[in-house]
Design a binder for this molecule. Structure first.
Ligand code: ADP
Ligand code: TYD
Length: 213
């Protein structure tokens, strides 16, 4: 995924939602999808890890607390399969809303690989270059790990990544990514559910108006 490639070049629009666990992505993406459908757009909701056998492998690797390289390769394999499906949806002219994408790997796996290798973000970006598709917009849900974790405390099982210290590193990585990604927009995820969804919708509609077909 070359840095200079700023849009997919396909008919649809590829929008990704990213941020730490509990930042409110899944809640917002559903509301945004409903609003776009109301306005007559053909919308496709998807997520990573996916619902494929490779997504199952990812979830198993996380559950079993596999080592950082196993987990990173599992996410990338799942994504490689997913990209083929995303390309088809974009060719059909859909607005594809994706809950987590490459930036999750850059932010989480880089934090997880700390101490295992130098410059993990650069390595992970280079690994994606031949196969990943660049989003048209990435909405980065920015919130403190304390506030985000307070939202998910009630979940039945918290996974290995859902700890304040780890999510602080992940959050810092996201902010580094924001600095040099022209298609990434920060969303203040500490606002109310309605305000967050409306900020996301606004960004997407602005992007559509800037580049009508
Ligand atoms: P994520 O998909 O980023 O992990 P979710 O959308 O599942 O986050 O939200 C985690 C929890 O926080 C859910 O219980 C959800 O209802 C709640 N929530 C989501 N967005 C907000 C918000 N803006 N303000 C307060 N609570 C929220
Ligand atoms: P997800 O089910 O989306 O979690 P949540 O709904 O809480 O945001 O993702 C599962 C976990 O996997 C989550 O902690 C984020 C992590 N993850 C990575 O570490 N790398 C990745 O590339 C992706 C897509 C997710």
């Amino acid at each position: 995924m070359a840095d200079e490639q700023q849009k997919t070049g396909l008919r649809g629009l590829f929008v990704t939602f990213d941020g730490i666990d509990g930042s409110g992505k899944s809640t917002a993406i559903k509301k945004v999808a409903r609003e776009l459908v109301k306005r007559g757009y053909d919308v496709l909701l998807t997520r990573e890890p996916t619902d494929s056998w490779l997504g199952d492998a990812v979830n198993r690797a996380i559950r079993e607390q596999a080592d950082p390289f196993v987990i990173a390769f599992a996410f990338m394999a799942d994504r490689a399969l997913h990209v083929n499906r995303i390309v088809k949806w974009l060719e059909e002219g859909k607005i594809v809303l994706c809950d987590r994408y490459v930036d999750s790997t850059y932010a989480y796996q880089a934090a997880h690989m700390e101490g295992f290798m130098e410059k993990p973000i650069e390595w992970l970006k280079a690994m994606h270059e031949p196969f990943a598709l660049c989003p048209d917009i990435t909405l980065l849900f920015d919130i403190s790990p304390e506030d985000a974790l307070a939202r998910v405390q009630g979940r039945e099982e918290l996974i290995m990544f859902e700890k304040v210290e780890f999510l602080s590193k992940v959050g810092q990585n996201y902010l580094l990514l924001l600095e040099d990604n022209p298609v990434m927009a920060r969303i203040d995820a500490s606002k109310s559910i309605t305000a967050v969804a409306s900020d996301c919708l606004k960004k997407i509609l602005e992007r559509i108006q800037d580049n009508p077909e």
